[in-house]
Ligand binder design. Structure first.
Ligand SMILES: Nc1ncnc2c1ncn2[C@@H]1O[C@H](COP(=O)(O)OP(=O)(O)OP(=O)(O)O)[C@@H](O)[C@H]1O
Ligand SMILES: [Mg+2]
Length: 240
């Protein structure tokens, strides 16, 4: 019999990475299947951001492999990865404050000028708040609007997979709801999402599956619903 399992859109396998002499990730694996929205939760310093940075080629993988739509992209540079269909929104410094909203979005698409107008239209329809302010400097935006702009920038290349590092950090509960609503919509339109969150409850409620990382290792994984019901997750991350 032939193996008919579909190829995951993103697969990071046995990733080893770190800073200087020190390994932070000791063989971490995560997978995003087509159309999935996947959460990574875990305590401060677990290596969640390090994992996203390694997948996006900002940090060398010292071991393991990253595959995008089946293709080996391990240690490929970020400017190459965006062309292959991977986008990344870092937790901080994710917009250029001295540029306008429109300039930020255009910069997001700098390597791909075809269909620019359509993609701008899509971003503005996802985030109407940005539409009327397109000529304003990004530095004048509120935290929530800045996060919308960062998401919009990442969408300007129409990625197959979006890596998001704590999109709800330091936002008001109302804004968290709105941002998650938009991320869900982006996902429902076909973009795979791999999302790191402190807000475990919100993340697991929104996602299909989840991983718990601790001390640079996979600790738990499963359907998001079953993780929400898991006693250890409840105690450590949900305050239940
Ligand atoms: N640039 C760096 N140089 C050296 N060590 C770093 C660097 N960035 C992170 N680390 C260390 O790597 C470990 C993992 O950090 P990382 O930021 O990946 O964790 P995290 O799970 O994202 O945590 P948080 O929930 O606080 O964002 C921590 O011990 C941190 O101190
Ligand atoms: Mg982090």
């Amino acid at each position: 019999m032939t193996d008919t399992k579909p190829v995951p859109v993103l697969e990071a396998k046995d990733i080893v990475a770190g800073y200087g002499e020190v390994d932070i990730l000791h063989g971490v694996s995560v997978t995003v299947h087509s159309g999935e929205m996947v959460a990574i939760i875990g305590p401060n310093g677990a290596g969640k951001s390090t994992l996203l940075r390694t997948i996006f080629g900002l940090l060398d993988a010292r071991g393991g492999q990253v595959r995008l739509k089946g293709e080996d992209i391990t240690n490929r540079a970020p400017d190459q990865l965006v062309l292959c269909g991977l986008s990344y929104v870092p937790q901080v410094d994710n917009v250029f404050p001295s540029l306008t909203i429109l300039e930020n979005l255009e910069m997001g698409a700098f390597v791909r000028q075809d269909g620019l107008a359509e993609r701008l239209d899509r971003v503005f329809s996802l985030f109407p708040d940005l539409t009327d302010r397109r000529g304003e400097k990004a530095g004048k935006l509120s935290g929530g609007q800045r996060q919308m702009l960062a998401l919009g920038r990442a969408l300007m290349l129409d990625p197959d997979v979006l890596l998001l590092d704590e999109p709800s950090a330091s936002l008001s509960p109302k804004m968290v709801e709105l941002i998650f609503d938009r991320i869900n919509l982006i996902n429902s339109e076909g973009t795979g999402i791999l999302l790191v969150e402190q807000n475990a409850n919100e993340a697991l409620s929104a996602c299909d599956r989840g991983y718990v990382l601790a001390m640079g290792e996979n600790r738990l994984e499963g359907e998001a619903k079953s993780l929400l019901d898991n006693e250890e997750v409840g105690k450590l991350y949900l305050g239940t």
